[in-house]
Design a protein around this ligand. Structure first.
Ligand code: NAD
Length: 536
């Protein structure tokens, strides 16, 4: 089946792309941007604004099914603050997408509605009666976002009536999970609370919006995707709940997250903040009848998948924040698809991302197209001279090296099982000194260039505040050369961290001691790590 997912750069859409690919479908993604936290496995990804009818018409060409998950949306803080923008943007997306799907004779169309369509008057107590589909009328939905969803549901009904389109309407109840927005203002309550708990120390208090006694039900994103695919395959055409019917108070949610984090967390309630309806839960009678299924992942289990992912993101940010402050300049050498650049941008830094591989350059340029001015993507390799170099390209997208010695050393080791080195690419080189001449002195340089690290370091002739460079136990002679070069630039001390643990030794080490510490890993070809250097 050829499937279009609108909103494929967003939280649920990016998971749905993965689920449909796993199911063997050809998938086209469309969104204003690529997914923020992971590479999209979509066969084709169009970065487009779906408020524009011509874009809707183009993306709906030659597809059988359309899942429309594109929307201007966020948590309660966001949707109560931007009534006009949300209603305006989502009306345009939904009106244009439906018409384009009709013109292009799409076989099936799914609209992602929301529990925000339900009458507010029926959600005024914490021990709320679970919401049945008919509770959306008489209409009294959430202002802005809810009214627009309810209107779009009606529009779907009219297109079914007038044109016989096969349309499904799923009313999602709070969806949460890994790879979802967890900061920046658009995050929803489970992600926001996971972030707050991850940032807190044991015994700290965190701010809770409202008195914490409001109730909600939460569905894990894997269940959401499962439900969407089942609904699309069904013959049901009326709006239907897609959520769990296990409710919890917000205070209870905090306790569950704190339990998973292994922290004692105190709650500080701020009743001046928006908190939405008092209680909301899904009645799944119809869902069970229509799909013979309901979401299966309970809150405890879902949070056990979600919290560690958010905690890891926070750990990365906390770790790098010791090296940089907002507005400072960072070089990301060997930026690949930009996961570290993203962390530096999240910390408010300006980033120069240098990457030679054409696939990665295209990805980086698209990924950060909405952050102009904060990141520059440079299509070069960094070396010890201004010349050119031949890079070996691996079969896994984004794996490459300009270092034949390293390639020989790591070939066949556990970390590179399945990678064949199949092509080459001739690329221009530059040096750290030249980058500094053009962009200024960075506070931090991250180097991850598969065995070429010492060559990159040799192109630097002045100390910088901090840097990191990857090491592999099979190729330590090269790492040592890099360390030695840095000792010629000024007084420097070292540390290291294994894999993505983001933990270093409590004490910084001399050049001699870091070399001895790294020597301990000789013969272990299952790990890798980063050496950190700071000039004192
Ligand atoms: P999300 O914000 O992560 O994803 C929505 C995506 O739509 C974003 O990537 C955004 O860039 C894209 N988008 C917005 N405007 C666009 C435009 N003009 N052109 C192209 N793309 C555009 O949100 P999500 O949580 O993945 O939600 C997906 C759908 O589910 C939305 O329709 C949302 O209203 C609905 N929903 C979600 C929840 C939830 O708890 N996450 C609850 C109820 C309903």
């Amino acid at each position: 089946m050829r499937v279009l997912i609108c909103g494929a750069g967003g939280f649920i859409g990016s998971h749905l792309v993965r689920a449909l690919k796993k199911d063997g479908h050809w998938v086209r993604g469309a969104d204003l941007h690529l997914p923020e936290y992971d590479e999209s496995p979509a066969d084709e990804f169009r970065v487009v604004d779906l408020r524009d009818y011509n874009n809707c018409l183009a993306v709906t060409k030659e597809v059988d099914y359309v899942y429309n998950l594109a929307a201007d949306m966020g948590g309660i803080g966001y949707i109560t603050a931007h009534l006009a923008d949300i209603a305006h943007n989502n009306t345009l997306i939904n009106v244009n997408m439906l018409e384009a799907a009709r013109v292009n004779r799409v076989e099936r169309y799914l609209f992602s509605s929301s529990a925000c369509v339900y009458a507010q008057s029926k959600q005024q107590t914490a021990d709320v009666v679970p919401l049945k589909e008919e509770d959306a009328y008489p209409a009294d939905p959430e202002p802005g976002y809810g009214w627009e969803k309810l209107y779009a549901e009606q529009l779907c009904k009219y297109y079914q009536h007038d044109y016989g389109m096969n349309i499904k309407v799923a009313r999602f109840h709070n969806v949460y999970g890994q790879l979802g927005t967890y900061d920046g203002g658009r995050e929803k309550s489970p992600a926001a609370l996971c972030r707050k708990v991850a940032l807190a120390e044991d015994g700290d208090s965190i701010e809770i919006w409202g008195d914490g006694k409001q109730t909600r039900s939460y569905m894990h994103v894997a269940d959401c995707c499962d439900g969407l695919m089942r609904l699309m395959g069904s013959e049901y055409k009326e709006p239907i709940n897609l959520g769990r019917d296990e409710w919890v108070t917000v205070n209870g949610l905090v306790d569950k997250i704190a339990g998973i984090a292994g922290k004692k967390i105190k709650k500080q309630h701020d009743t001046s903040k928006p908190q939405g309806v008092r209680g909301r839960n899904s009645d799944n009678t119809l869902l069970k009848k229509v799909l013979n299924w309901e979401p299966e992942i309970n809150l405890e289990r879902g949070l056990r998948y979600t919290y560690p992912w958010i905690e890891a993101q926070i750990r990365h940010q906390k770790f790098y924040s010791q090296f940089m402050n907002p507005d400072e300049l960072v070089f990301d050498i060997g930026a690949n698809i930009g996961n570290k650049s993203k962390v530096f941008l999240n910390l408010g830094c300006r980033v120069i991302a240098v990457e030679p591989q054409s696939y990665c350059i295209e990805y980086l340029t698209t990924r950060f197209s909405h952050e102009p001015g904060r990141i520059a993507v440079i299509s070069k390799a960094v070396a010890n001279n201004n010349d050119s170099v031949i890079m070996a390209l691996g079969t896994h997208r984004g794996v490459s090296t300009a270092c034949p010695g390293w390639l020989q050393a790591v070939k066949g080791t556990k970390r590179f099982v399945g990678v064949d080195w199949v092509g080459t690419q001739h690329v221009q080189t530059t040096t750290l000194d030249q980058l500094i001449e053009v962009y200024g002195v960075p506070v931090f340089i991250k180097i991850d260039v598969e065995g070429f690290e010492s060559k990159v370091i040799q192109g630097l002739s002045q100390p910088v505040k901090g840097m990191s460079f990857e090491f592999h136990p099979e190729y330590l002679a090269d790492t040592k050369k890099g360390i030695e070069h840095l000792t010629t630039l000024g007084e420097v001390e070292f540390n290291y961290s294994l894999e993505e643990s983001m933990t270093m030794c409590p004490e910084w080490l001399s050049a001699e001691n870091i070399i001895s510490a790294l020597d301990e890993f000789v013969g272990n070809n299952t790990i890798y790590g980063d050496v950190y250097a700071r000039f004192v």
